[in-house]
Ligand binder design. Structure first.
Ligand SMILES: [Zn+2]
Length: 99
């Protein structure tokens, strides 16, 4: 009886801690709060903490249409193709970066 209560308490603490994914609190912190301050306190804490910030921005890269190599720095002509005596203009490509 007591072990099943303790198991249910621990299981509900883990369930509350699973809600922490995608929020600005770690699973371990949510589990610690849920175990020591009851799962109800953990649930209130997790739900009051905001979602994780996702920052996205476009970065410009430069791709050679001949050899398909992508460069992060701007070049007038492809350095790799220049070694083969070819002068290929690089094309700008926009790359979405999510951090
Ligand atoms: Zn090239």
């Amino acid at each position: 009886m007591l072990t099943s209560l303790a198991f249910g308490y621990f299981l509900s603490a883990v369930a509350v801690s699973l809600l922490s994914f995608g929020r600005r609190i770690s699973f371990t912190n949510a589990l610690t709060i849920s175990i020591f301050l009851t799962p109800i306190s953990g649930l209130i804490t997790v739900l009051n903490i905001g979602r994780s910030l996702r920052v996205s921005r476009y970065i410009t890269k430069y791709q050679c249409p001949q050899c398909k190599k992508v460069f992060t720095e701007p070049h007038f002509i492809c350095p790799q193709c220049e070694e083969k005596k070819l002068q290929i203009d690089l094309h700008q490509i926009k790359h979405l970066q999510i951090t």
